[in-house]
Design a protein around this ligand. Sequence first.
Ligand SMILES: Cc1cc2nc3c(=O)[nH]c(=O)nc-3n(C[C@H](O)[C@H](O)[C@H](O)COP(=O)(O)OP(=O)(O)OC[C@H]3O[C@@H](n4cnc5c(N)ncnc54)[C@H](O)[C@@H]3O)c2cc1C
Length: 279
Amino acid sequence: MLQESFSKDKRNLRSILLSADFVVVGGGISGICAAVSAARAGVKTILVQDRPVLGGNASSEVRLWILGATSHMGNNNRWSREGGLIDEILVDNLYRNKEGNPVLLDTLLLEKVRNEPNITLLLNTAVYDVEKRSPDEISKIYGFCSQNYTFYEISGRLFCDASGDGIIAYRAGAAYRMGAEEKQVYGELFAPDKGEYGELLGHSIYFYSKDTGKPVKFVPPAYALEDIKEIPRWNRIKASHFSISVIMRCCSASGGNGTRVFLKISNPTKGCAPPIAIA
Ligand SMILES: Cc1cc2nc3c(=O)[nH]c(=O)nc-3n(C[C@H](O)[C@H](O)[C@H](O)COP(=O)(O)OP(=O)(O)OC[C@H]3O[C@@H](n4cnc5c(N)ncnc54)[C@H](O)[C@@H]3O)c2cc1C
């Protein structure tokens, strides 16, 4: 049993100092590949991930495919493949997880990292600050683990920002740009014109549908928008493309910092009412 008597002063949380040659922030696919490659080359590495699972957008929490090269044939690069560690992960996954269970991919990614004795893995730890030893050199990062209420102060020789959000680069004062540049900046012939394409990647919603054999009533939360046209871009997913019919209703949570999207799904093959505005 742990017992402490009343303290008139406030208590401090635990703080742990760590150091390594290479510190990777973000345990998505990029961060995993960076950490595992370095570790296999004999480099002492610390991998810091703010979520309980590894994989980032590819983890069971989001479930995007690791499939940039072929993009499901969307770009006609049908013979292209990502090589190296990505290929190793995909082949292992195909062998052990033929049904494509996203949770099994999580375990495979965790195993890849845990198999490397040179990696110290910190899960549930969000990095929020950096320290610099000179104007263009990071010396330390600071993280907090919400599961064990511990602050981590991590020194390193090299740092990799694989956070997807650029938190380290931003806090370190790096120059940055956000959003798509104009076509002429890099002379990319296939870059879309402004107007055809927004400056930022749009939101995508990934979902499973289930045939329940009958229409399913959807009761939207009170903060849902009445009119979908209140958001800048919206789309009706066509039944002919996806074998289901979906209408999206966007809900802006008051006081929230993002847009949440709710879906009503009906299955036209089962004769559900066509998707119109949700009551
Ligand atoms: C909607 C959508 C659809 C996509 N579709 C495809 C597709 O079909 N095919 C394809 O190949 N690619 C697709 N992508 C792109 C692909 O998801 C990304 O290129 C890929 O996930 C990038 O991996 P990453 O490791 O760089 O970033 P992420 O997967 O975003 O990983 C970053 C990790 O860092 C963690 N992190 C963030 N901040 C901190 C912090 N402060 N401290 C600690 N950890 C932190 C995050 O939790 C996350 O786990 C899509 C992306 C999106 C958003």
